[in-house]
Design a protein around this ligand. Structure first.
Ligand SMILES: O=C(O)CCC(=O)C(=O)O
Length: 269
């Protein structure tokens, strides 16, 4: 495999998010993104956390969410990607489309083209997402320079069917923006490691830190390889978590333990 195609450096922007303050959040994310992009070891892909524009300001989302016609954040993400010639999995933002609210991930290539979107399918009742948001209706699969990618947002990782469906569609790296709170750090780490092992894929998961009301978010953004080994892990403060993935490992692990050809789908519902 061509060396340039084999390795990708990924940086996860693990940060705090101000509740209901899109302008403040965008300023901070932009600064962190720029410093990641200008680091001596420049990443190929930068990943942001979930709902980073508004946080969980659910009862104010109609006023605060990004609107298609404004095209503000999406245009600026696209400009950042083009300016720094970096690929961006822009976490997810609260957005309003056709009068409905969604929690949506966007991805940009190095030219700044918006190449994919994925709206969260499994809405998290504990945060009342189901009361305010419309669920997504399609899986998020996309390509970043030949890397076959998939998206899952936070609670989605509790549904192994979603990541398995992505793997069956050829995904080798799953990106997971999140706002995952304590006291379920153990679930966060275990579920992400399990999704990587069972699907023999890389998982790059970007969580937020800090508090919002009674919730404390647990950070520990992770890059996990297809063997379940942790390549990089954050703490519980703001930081940029980086690691290099080696795509040949996906093929190696899949040929060593051939779970995809050993599946027995006739027994599954
Ligand atoms: O499933 C969990 O424990 C956390 C999920 C969550 O916080 C979310 O989807 O926003």
């Amino acid at each position: 495999m061509d060396k340039r195609m084999r390795y990708r450096r990924i940086s996860l922007i693990q940060c705090d998010i101000e509740l209901g303050e899109p302008a403040i959040n965008e300023r901070k994310l932009t600064e962190m993104l720029q410093s990641a992009a200008e680091a001596p070891e420049k990443p190929d892909i930068i990943v942001l956390p979930e709902m980073w524009n508004t946080g969980y300001a659910m009862d104010r989302l109609t006023a605060l969410a990004e609107r298609d016609e404004r095209c503000g954040i999406r245009r600026r993400m696209s400009e950042l990607a083009a300016r720094h010639q970096v690929q961006i999995v822009a976490g997810s933002i609260a957005e309003q489309r056709n009068g409905k609210l969604y929690n949506t991930m966007y991805a940009y290539n190095r030219k700044g083209e918006e190449i994919a979107s994925y709206s969260k399918i499994h809405l998290f009742r504990l945060m009342e997402e189901d009361k305010y948001l419309e669920q997504g209706k399609a899986l998020g699969r996309f390509e970043l320079e030949g890397l076959s990618c998939g998206g899952a947002i936070c609670y989605d990782i509790r549904f192994p069917e979603l990541s398995r469906s992505l793997a069956l569609q050829g995904v080798h790296t799953m990106f997971v923006p999140a706002q995952w709170p304590h006291p379920r750090l153990n679930h966060w780490r275990s579920l992400l490691i399990a999704r990587a092992i069972e699907n023999q894929m890389y998982v790059a998961a970007c969580n937020r830190v800090g508090d919002s009301g009674s919730q404390a978010f647990c950070g520990h953004s992770l890059i996990i390889d297809p063997w379940g080994e942790i390549i990089a892990e954050g703490g519980e403060e703001e930081e940029i978590v980086s690691g290099v993935i080696d795509l040949s490992l996906v093929h190696e692990v899949r040929s060593r333990i051939p779970v995809f050809s050993d599946r027995q789908p006739q027994y599954y519902d």
